[in-house]
Write a protein that binds this ligand. Structure first.
Ligand SMILES: Cc1ncc(COP(=O)(O)O)c(C=O)c1O
Length: 391
């Protein structure tokens, strides 16, 4: 009976055009094999190509040989190894913060940080388009959740005036919005946070390594260094590894070590992952990182302009995320499937990941794409878009 219920629910997901399934993709290079078919990869977050960089692979291999394959405990038991602390010191130096604290993934970081910082009697102000892990963290916290309209500073100011709390208040926003590629107005948000004595947290999953001096992210890019209480960042995107961190004060780090359940009750990151992440931070800070960022920016500009010139609904922007707005979920699925037949792999993004009626192809560029590959992908998107009546 319960299984029958699940089957009916799955049927409804199918019926609504929202069915999801896993596809096997061999690697993260610009040309990949997707279920036996060669295709150009235009939906990976391997923005700088570091997931295939020999320096990261070598560091991971060396660490596995030297230290083994697992930390085999949470950090508060026996899983706090020298590599954890070394990477945290390196992160704090890169981000220009007093301290940093590692988490096992961006999802674990957001749920663990937000639910630790806020609880009953507190209020969380969250941008309406924030990542699902932020929403889950807020729901888990038991604090009151107030979602403000996307990047709407006037609305946020009004809500902060209206809703006072007995406890603390926290504003949380993506730095770069994962499905739209736009950037939060962090200067205005930091002004409001200071004016209203509110904690401020920025999720920089898509900006670390990509934006700002030495790839420090949106806090540097928007000129608000020292004004953001918690910068969450991830290693699984531009940094080509896995895991996440909070860059913050010593006080916040100490508090999170004592209260964050995703840190306390989970085995810590293994040596190979820590070593790859450490090599990635070195890379994004050096000249090679700067060159890769320039290449990435040029590639983003090329794809965006080719699609816009052909009449695609593509918002302006300066990040590697280039959404092609479609609207309807089913058409988006067909668009993505047809593109794969044409040798271009781009995922369609549908509700609940994005609001209803705003389904889209979430195209992403990487530094490793050649201009020719970008032209090929843009031409295929335009051709299939016309065929489906979307353009
Ligand atoms: C904005 C944002 N925050 C957090 C996450 C979660 O990070 P992770 O994949 O490391 O769990 C993602 C994507 O995965 C994201 O796009």
């Amino acid at each position: 009976m319960p299984l029958q219920l699940l089957s009916q629910r799955l049927e409804k997901i199918h019926h609504d055009g929202l069915y999801r399934s896993l596809r096997s993709v061999e690697r993260t290079t610009s040309q990949v094999c997707v279920e036996g078919r060669q295709a150009l990869l235009f939906c990976s977050n391997n923005y700088l190509g570091l997931a295939e960089h020999p320096a990261l692979a070598q560091a991971a291999a060396d660490a596995a040989v030297q230290y083994g394959t697992s930390s085999a405990a949470s950090r508060l038991v026996s899983g706090n190894q020298p590599l954890h602390q070394e990477l945290e010191d390196k992160l704090a130096a890169w981000k220009g913060t007093e301290a940093a604290l590692l988490f096992n993934s961006g999802y674990a970081a957001n749920t663990g940080i937000i639910a630790a910082l806020a609880g009953r009697g507190d209020i969380i102000f969250s941008d309406r388009l924030n990542h699902a892990s932020i929403i889950d963290g807020a729901l888990l916290s038991g604090a009151r959740l107030i979602r403000y309209p996307h990047n709407d500073i006037q609305a946020l100011a009004r809500l902060l005036e209206q809703h006072q709390a007995d406890g603390l208040r926290l504003i949380v926003t993506d730095g770069v919005f994962s499905m739209d590629g736009d950037i939060a107005p962090l200067k205005a948000i930091a002004d409001l946070a200071e004016q209203h004595q509110t904690l401020l947290m920025v999720d920089d999953a898509h900006a670390g390594g990509v934006l700002g001096q030495q790839g420090r992210g949106t806090v540097d890019f928007c000129g608000v260094a020292g004004r953001v209480d918690i910068q969450m960042g991830t290693f699984g995107k531009a940094l080509g590894s896995f895991g996440a961190y909070a860059a913050c004060s010593r006080l916040v780090r100490d508090y999170l070590i004592n209260r964050s359940r995703s840190l306390i009750f989970s085995t810590s990151l293994p040596p190979a992952v820590l070593a790859a992440s450490s090599a990635a931070v070195d890379l994004v800070r050096c000249k090679e990182g700067q060159q890769l960022r320039q290449q990435l920016a040029d590639n983003g500009t090329l794809l965006r302009s080719l699609l816009q010139q052909a009449g695609c609904k593509v918002p302006d922007g300066c990040t590697p995320i280039v959404p092609v707005m479609v609207g309807d979920a089913e058409t988006t699925t067909r668009f993505s499937a047809r593109l794969l037949e044409e040798g271009v792999f781009v995922q369609g993004i549908r509700p609940p990941t994005v609001p209803k009626g705003t389904s889209r192809l979430r195209c992403t560029v990487m530094a490793s794409h050649s201009p020719e590959q970008i032209r090929q992908a843009a031409a295929a998107i335009v051709r299939v878009g016309r065929e489906l009546g979307v353009l």
